[in-house]
Design a protein around this ligand. Structure first.
Ligand code: AMP
Length: 116
């Protein structure tokens, strides 16, 4: 076990509902879903959040977007007639609660813009 919840999910020390997994990323369902589809895509490597991403993390970021699209397709919301929202929270004003980079994939319903 580490002191990072999502590192422990990546390693399998803490169970999660994993929907996709590859060399760079793991995608699993959020335990407190805010939409019919709510999946978190995380890099296997411990990156704190989007504000700490550097040039060396480009591979992970691209992989996260590709996985998000693949999950959206799996869930039936990847087509042009549907769509989804991708969110990266940074810091307390954004209610960022886990210090391991994670991309929220939200879909299966319509969202407001701007968000509440
Ligand atoms: P954020 O507010 O952007 O830091 O998002 C953290 C997300 O992690 C929240 O949506 C939580 O519901 C979710 N979460 C917390 N613990 C777990 C867990 N054990 N498995 C899956 N999702 C989790």
């Amino acid at each position: 076990m580490s002191d990072c919840l999502f590192c422990d999910i990546v390693s399998g020390d803490i169970p999660a509902d994993v929907v996709r997994s590859d060399e760079l990323t793991v995608a699993f369902r959020d335990v407190n879903p805010q939409a019919p589809v709510h999946v978190l895509v995380v890099p296997r490597r411990h990156i704190i959040n989007a504000s700490t991403v550097g040039d060396g993390e480009g591979g992970e970021l691209a992989a996260m977007l590709v996985v998000a699209k693949a999950v959206a397709d799996d869930e039936g919301i990847g087509g042009e007639d549907r769509g989804y929202r991708l969110v990266l929270n940074v810091g307390p004003d954004a209610l960022n609660s886990v210090d391991h980079l994670h991309l929220h994939l939200l879909g299966g319903r319509a969202f407001d813009w701007p968000p509440g």
